[in-house]
Design a protein around this ligand. Structure first.
Ligand code: GUN
Length: 317
């Protein structure tokens, strides 16, 4: 029998979020074009950004560019870091009232001085393309129609379009945020998966995560999910978007693929890495989303889809 040498060790297949995102965007562009031709309607997205967090600026830029490339109308409202809650509420009131605005997104995180709950509750639930308004959160929990947050909706689309069977599957989500963990649990539950949510207070994390057929990491901690956390052959979705600046860290985390990451660190000061330890998990998982190119593009694609949906629902089309 042939023995495998180091370089021939089995590696997880890539779960190509970027490819599925392109597919979704093509569908949205087609529908947007039909909507313009048949009803003269051009869906509009308004993105509000407060302060000068560089990561938020990059994400918002990508949302605006993608909207334009798919034929949607978009606008960015950039407010200073000193903006008060009341001023932001006024901006939202104006956007709620404007006919041309179908979708409103307030990029998070907001500066600490701003009352985030008040802001999210002020958005018209019919224009809430992020699905963060309590009415939409409730609709999702009750299995009713509403808007589903973009990252969980994208992960769900990826699993379904890649033929992953959810009914009866054991899904474990690490992270209980309102943006990813909680809404994703609702979506997977709705699809008849057996769902467990782990978090920072979970004891014996690996004991729980190792039971999962589908493991989703959404905590924002570099390399938290190691080989020991993964059931052999499991599907692993890495939602983390962390900046890695250390070359030694890159060597440890990326193993024989570290060279290209080190080059990125030298050129740009950091490389993007998820919550999964890639070198270890690649050897155990069956399929794994890359970072970058996994969940990130899906989030943007689903925002486009939600904006199109908002434009149609508002006009009862
Ligand atoms: N910050 C990180 N992810 C998101 C998202 O999906 N929506 C908004 N508004 N802010 C975010």
């Amino acid at each position: 029998m042939m023995t495998l040498c180091q370089s021939e060790e089995r590696r997880a297949t890539v779960l190509d979020g970027a490819r599925v995102a392109e597919e979704i965007k093509r569908e949205v562009a087609g529908e947007v074009s039909r909507l313009r031709e048949t009803h003269g309607v051009r869906p509009g997205l308004a993105v509000v950004r407060v302060g000068d967090d560089p990561a938020s600026a990059v994400y918002v830029g990508s949302k605006i560019r993608t909207s334009e490339s798919l034929g949607l109308r978009s606008e960015q409202i950039a407010l200073s870091a000193e903006t008060k809650t009341d001023q932001l509420l006024q901006t939202i009131d104006t956007l709620n009232a404007r006919e041309a605005v179908d979708g409103i997104l307030v990029q998070l995180p907001l500066p600490l001085a701003i009352d985030e709950s008040k802001v999210l509750e002020a958005i018209d639930p019919g224009k809430d393309v992020d699905g963060f308004h309590p009415l939409n959160v409730g609709n999702l929990a009750l299995g009713r129609a509403g808007f589903v947050p973009c990252t969980p909706a994208g992960i769900y689309e990826l699993l379904v379009r890649e033929g992953v069977s959810l009914r009866g599957a054991r899904a474990c989500i690490v992270g209980r945020s309102n943006i990813v963990g909680r809404p994703l649990a609702q979506l997977l539950l709705r699809a008849d998966a057996t769902v467990t949510i782990c978090h920072s207070r979970t004891t014996n994390l690996s004991e729980v995560t190792r039971t999962a057929d589908i493991l989703i990491a959404a905590v924002g901690r570099i390399g938290l999910i190691r080989g020991e956390h993964v059931k052999p052959g499991a599907i692993v979705i890495d939602v983390g978007m962390n900046r890695l600046t250390s070359e030694a860290g890159a060597r440890e985390l990326f193993g024989d693929r570290a060279a290209e990451r080190i080059e990125v660190i030298r050129k740009r000061g950091a490389t993007l890495i998820g919550d999964v330890h890639p070198a270890e998990v690649e050897k155990v998982a069956g399929r794994l989303t890359p970072v970058p190119g996994g969940v990130g593009p899906l989030t943007v694609a689903m925002l486009m889809k939600n904006t199109l949906l908002a434009a149609k629902r508002r006009r009862e089309l």
